[in-house]
Design a protein around this ligand. Structure first.
Ligand SMILES: [Zn+2]
Length: 73
């Protein structure tokens, strides 16, 4: 299942060369319809960024979220 980037606040920025809503600050991972981020934060009223997939390797990505969604190794 795909994770989208989610954050308490968003801003307009560039993503993949297009203007898009992007997270302001840390990117958390959240599934569509989930009330929590992957790291367990209550994310019900956070913005979900449809154009921005959660990228664990990204500098701005939440480490606990990245750990939570990566396969164990
Ligand atoms: Zn997180």
């Amino acid at each position: 299942m795909d994770y989208f980037a989610s954050a308490p606040r968003g801003t307009w920025g560039t993503w993949d060369g297009r203007t898009a809503r992007v997270p302001y600050g840390t990117h958390h991972a959240r599934r569509l319809g989930s009330a929590e981020s992957a790291c367990g934060a209550p994310a019900m009223d956070w913005e979900l960024f449809w154009d921005v997939g959660f990228a664990p390797a990204l500098e701005a990505s939440c480490r606990p979220c990245a750990r939570a969604i990566l396969p164990t190794r």
